[in-house]
Ligand binder design. Structure first.
Ligand SMILES: Cc1cc2nc3c(=O)[nH]c(=O)nc-3n(C[C@H](O)[C@H](O)[C@H](O)COP(=O)(O)OP(=O)(O)OC[C@H]3O[C@@H](n4cnc5c(N)ncnc54)[C@H](O)[C@@H]3O)c2cc1C
Length: 454
């Protein structure tokens, strides 16, 4: 049952889930199904609470790219699991299985080759093309106007693609509600009540009063640092680095601003030579980038972009590398979020750079900057952990925190694994993402990509 802020608020629930984004709703759906299947309860035991609306956070503004391409083995296995979930009901999840391409320069060749090898090992279908001439042939075989420079490898993932952000989250909400889950929007969690004997959470303090609960799941996306504070967890932590030494007082959360936008061309103009919908394109290159407006040099350092035709956004939509918000996380204005933010939306610099990147890659985008959708505000914040990878873990005995470090729209399957863990079955796929990895020095490997999430 879906209820706005006037809906009745229960005095207590068994499972309280904060956040009606991809993780909160996916957890709600799978937990409801598992409770029913094991005779231990049903969706009626679950309440999802959101301070704004379904898809009111990052999940509702995500570009929606679903890929496997990660340098970190644990991330790749987790993504393969999530792609299975996307493929289980493409219609409800508004999923477009067009595939994904990572197109790279020589400095990333070795990293991407190892991704390809490991994709073969886990049975994730992809093709790997090496050498400048073969890459150019492969790309012009797809798009006859391909002209990106400095490319020496192409990884073509045959699975993955993208999904339509809001539609998929509503699809998930419908499925959860069909299992009896209640979704209460317009109600904000302001804090937690802790038990006097243990540190466990006994109730949520909300704008509609106290809600007692046995178990809490936090799927608060970019607001996770606020929940971390409410749970009285440390703002700075110790990390055992790759040098084997302990590094103390490392900030737990850092905000990055994601820059994305839409070129208002007819999405049909970006089909392949044989008129099919193209895979999502991601290009990184160290070739100099020149302005498509006046020919001036924009950068001669490694840069990257991604794009896809998108009928929902109404054009060719995508983005480039995010930038770090160099501020104490508590002072970052997360609200108002996304397009409503006065601070964290894209400006002229992004538009000029991203449109020039598109033109660098394909001739069809040359001279099209005037069609950029200036009036539609875009971009938004993501909240990242110290190593930029997720933390999936239980704190204070009964609070499951899903902190995806902004990797997460594609991670539709994480909610299923979290639900399994709440039911008592440990997940090997989630094990590499525990909080204790920082102290133990079990960090994920880093790649040469210009993006903090690859
Ligand atoms: C511009 C942009 C593009 C992106 N593109 C991609 C992409 O292409 N592919 C990809 O995989 N990932 C992408 N991401 C990352 C992805 O969107 C997020 O990692 C993911 O959506 C986070 O999901 P979530 O469920 O944790 O949080 P959200 O979707 O942010 O949901 C959290 C919810 O919690 C609610 N909430 C917050 N505080 C409270 C409170 N106090 N009380 C009650 N409710 C509260 C919010 O209203 C919100 O609805 C992108 C992110 C951004 C910003």
């Amino acid at each position: 049952m879906r209820q706005g802020s006037n809906g009745t608020v229960p005095q207590s629930v068994k499972y309280a889930i904060v956040g009606a984004g991809i993780h909160g709703l996916s957890t709600a759906l799978h937990l409801a199904q598992m409770l029913k299947a094991t005779g231990r309860g049903s969706g009626a035991d679950i309440l999802v609470i959101d301070k704004t609306s379904i898809a009111g956070g990052a999940s509702g503004i995500a570009c929606g790219v679903v890929r496997n391409n990660y340098f970190q083995p644990a991330m790749r296995e987790l993504m393969a699991h999530s792609v299975d979930v996307w493929e289980s009901d493409p219609k409800a999840y508004a999923y477009h299985p067009v595939g994904y391409m990572q197109i790279s320069p020589e400095c990333m060749h070795e990293d991407v080759a190892s991704i390809y090898e490991q994709q073969k090992a886990i049975g994730y279908e992809s093709e790997f093309i090496e050498g400048a001439a073969d890459c150019q042939d492969y790309m012009t075989g797809l798009f006859d106007d391909w002209q990106a420079k400095g490319i020496t490898s192409v990884l073509h993932e045959k699975r993955g693609g993208y999904a339509t952000n809001t539609a998929s989250i509503y699809g998930l909400a419908d499925k959860a509600e069909a299992e009896g889950v209640r979704i209460l929007t317009g109600v904000e969690v302001k804090g937690f009540e802790f038990g006097s004997n243990s540190g466990a959470v006994t109730a949520l303090d909300t704008t509609r009063g106290r809600i007692g609960c046995d178990y809490v799941i936090v799927g608060a996306g970019p607001w996770v640092s606020r929940f971390w504070n409410m749970l009285e967890l440390p703002k700075a932590i110790s990390i055992k680095g790759r040098d084997g030494k302990m590094h103390d007082d490392v900030r737990m959360w850092t905000y990055w601003c994601l820059e994305e936008g839409t070129l208002g061309v007819d999405p049909e103009m970006h089909r392949t030579n044989d008129r099919r919908m193209p895979p999502v394109i991601h290009v990184d290159t160290d070739a100099p980038l020149y302005s498509d407006v006046d020919g001036s040099l924009i950068t001669d350092r490694l840069w990257g972009l991604y794009y896809k035709p998108d009928f929902n956004f109404g054009g060719v939509q995508g983005g480039s590398s995010p930038y770090k918000v160099d501020q104490d996380p508590d002072s970052v204005a997360v609200d108002p979020y996304g397009p409503d933010s006065p601070d964290f939306i894209v400006g002229d610099n992004f538009i000029h750079t991203w449109c020039s990147m598109l033109a660098h890659c394909q001739k069809r985008f040359e001279g099209k900057i005037s069609l950029y959708k200036y009036k539609e505000k875009s971009g938004g914040l993501g909240c990242f952990t110290p190593d930029n990878f997720p933390v999936f873990d239980v704190f204070r005995e009964n609070v499951y925190v899903i902190a995806d470090s902004n990797h997460g729209y594609k991670m539709l399957g994480v909610g299923k694994l979290v639900a399994q863990e709440i039911m008592g079955e440990k997940s090997a796929l989630l094990e590499p993402f525990r909080f204790a990895r920082f102290e133990r020095g079990e960090l994920h490997p880093t790649s040469h990509s210009p993006f903090p999430w690859s």
